[in-house]
Design a protein around this ligand. Structure first.
Ligand SMILES: NC(=O)c1ccc[n+]([C@@H]2O[C@H](COP(=O)([O-])OP(=O)(O)OC[C@H]3O[C@@H](n4cnc5c(N)ncnc54)[C@H](OP(=O)(O)O)[C@@H]3O)[C@@H](O)[C@H]2O)c1
Length: 352
């Protein structure tokens, strides 16, 4: 049985990892780490874990006996933890942005990477696009939540060559848990309640780099082998995130010209063929809701064709803490370790 450590266990993504790993048939133990809450019981920090045994330990203690280390810690602070865990012979699942891009692209969006040599073994964990690369991976970079919604909305179009020469325009609506447990300012209830606002507009959100890397690689498949998280000059995506008064959920709407030869039935068939065998993707005619994926590790996808303008409208909804974070991280862990892809995952949503 695998021993797992969760660093950042007092954060939102960390506690969602706990839910999945403690129910995972191949995981024998989960050490939950926090620097500030070490020594406290899990239930002291997480009200919904009342009655669950367990105590927080420090990150160093949690790593000691672990076979796999999940890092649910902020970007910029995670690369040194990745380095420490890899140097100790652990396998790593990094939920932060610190392992998602190559060193050059990372420097452009986040600043210099302190351990660029570690990025050479990183594999980008969007399983639906990179399943074969992840087999046996020692460092899995769990994708960003906004990036996941856009990539899964647009992947079939990219693979079919329909994004080449186009610039998809995406609007992404996101809930407040995306900013973590200690968020403030506009995430404060009186300011976010009854409020919707755009932020990081006009191509300034850092997840843009992940979307262009994934879709660029998908569009080029078979033409040359792509490296991890590289820049793709031929793929441009522009997106604007919007903050909305949701606890959980991301809703991506992406629009791109697909020309007059496309029609509704062909577009539907393209998505259905691509996604029917994917265990975590539910493609349907109905437009997706954030509520129907809340609490689950699924992505709901839909697509429409606007015959008047020749545009495809592609939609995806996820729970930012599920498929957008912990669910996707455990899915990547499963593929890297050769376990059934959905082991430990949550395959049903909630309604209402
Ligand atoms: N929230 C989401 O929807 C989401 C989605 C996808 C990816 N992610 C990524 O997942 C990571 C965690 O996000 P979150 O929302 O769970 O954040 P969070 O609620 O703020 O939790 C982060 C945790 O990391 C710990 N931490 C901070 N700096 C650390 C360090 N240097 N060493 C060890 N532990 C440290 C903190 O606990 P202590 O100070 O007690 O140690 C804190 O509880 C971030 O990189 C985020 O971008 C989040």
């Amino acid at each position: 049985m695998i021993q797992a450590a969760v660093i950042g266990g007092a954060g939102y993504a960390g506690v969602e990892l706990y839910a999945r790993l403690s129910a995972h048939p191949e995981v024998g133990g989960v050490a939950m780490a926090s620097r500030t809450r070490a020594g406290e019981r899990l239930e002291d920090v997480w009200p919904h874990l009342r009655g669950v045994a367990g105590t927080f330990v420090t990150p160093d203690v949690a790593m000691q006996d672990a076979d796999v280390v999940f890092l649910a810690t902020p970007h910029g602070q995670t690369a040194p933890l990745v380095h420490q865990a890899l140097a100790a012979g652990k396998r790593v699942i990094d939920l932060s942005a610190d392992s998602r891009l190559n060193a050059e692209v990372y420097a452009e969006w986040y600043g210099p990477h302190p351990h660029p040599e570690d990025l050479l073994q990183a594999r980008y964990g969007l399983v639906e696009a990179h399943r074969r690369d992840l087999d046996g991976a020692t460092l899995v970079a769990a994708p960003g939540c906004n990036a996941t919604s856009m990539n899964l909305a647009l992947l079939p179009l990219a693979e079919a060559g329909l994004l080449t020469g186009q610039t998809p325009v995406c609007h992404v609506v996101t809930g407040s848990s995306g900013a973590g447990r200690n968020a403030n300012d506009l995430h404060h209830f009186p300011e976010l309640n009854e409020n919707v606002l755009a932020y990081k507009a006009a191509g300034t959100h850092r997840h843009t780099a992940e979307v262009e890397a994934v879709l660029g690689r998908a569009a080029r498949q078979g033409q040359h082998a792509a490296t991890h998280g590289e820049r793709d000059e031929s793929m441009r995506v522009t997106f604007t995130p919007h903050l909305a008064p949701l606890t959980r959920g991301i809703h991506a709407s992406c629009v791109v010209a697909v020309g007059g030869e496309m029609d509704h039935d062909r577009l539907q068939a393209l998505y259905r063929d691509r996604y029917d065998a994917e265990p975590l993707v539910r493609f349907a005619d109905d437009l997706p809701h954030t509520k129907s994926v809340a609490g689950s590790d699924l992505v709901h996808v839909a697509v429409r064709h606007d015959a008047r303008t020749g545009m495809a409208h592609a939609f995806a909804t996820i729970d930012n803490l599920g498929k957008g974070a912990a669910g996707q991280a455990v899915q990547g862990f499963n593929v890297a370790f050769g376990f059934p892809e959905t082991a430990g995952l949550r395959l049903d949503g909630m309604w209402p």
